[in-house]
Design a protein around this ligand. Sequence first.
Ligand code: NI
Length: 191
Amino acid sequence: MAVREILQIGHPVLAARASEIDPADITTPEVQGWIDDLIDTMRHANGAGIAANQVGIPHRLFTVEVGDNPRYPYKPRIPLTVILNPEIRFLSDRTYVGNEGCLSVPGLRGDVSRHLEIAVSGYDREGAPMEFDVRGYSAGTWQHELDHLDGILFPHRVTDPTTFCSWQVFTEFRQAAFAETVRELVAEWGA
Ligand code: NI
């Protein structure tokens, strides 16, 4: 277990598509070590999630967890989840615009459109298949992490460049209004 260095936007491992993991390898010490390092690094950096290629592991897995997070105080809770070979299917065409940040894009935030209703599937850390639906604001977190495994970072999805801002400016000028948007989504969807 270790806190790993987080690669930053432009790094070739972040920009490349991560490769599938053989499900038979999930319980090996090597893959279990990757999982433990991801959890340690995500928690150390107060991330809401982290993808393996953000710490230099070019394979398809990520972790998600939201508790009392100082980086995202308005985010609904998500219990710790580890997912390998993740896939996402959109369950409807409904979308929302969320303001995102990323551990690999220090200092910057921006608005990204995400689907509101998704089905997530993959394998858990015991190697068992898992599938569940996510509806509401939290759906964006899963789409953000899966994007990483395809070499896509949130700035690549920002369609209105005037929404880019620093974390300090977001906190001072935009967070209160955005937190209200999140509250409305959580009230409608429960997450
Ligand atoms: Ni990210």
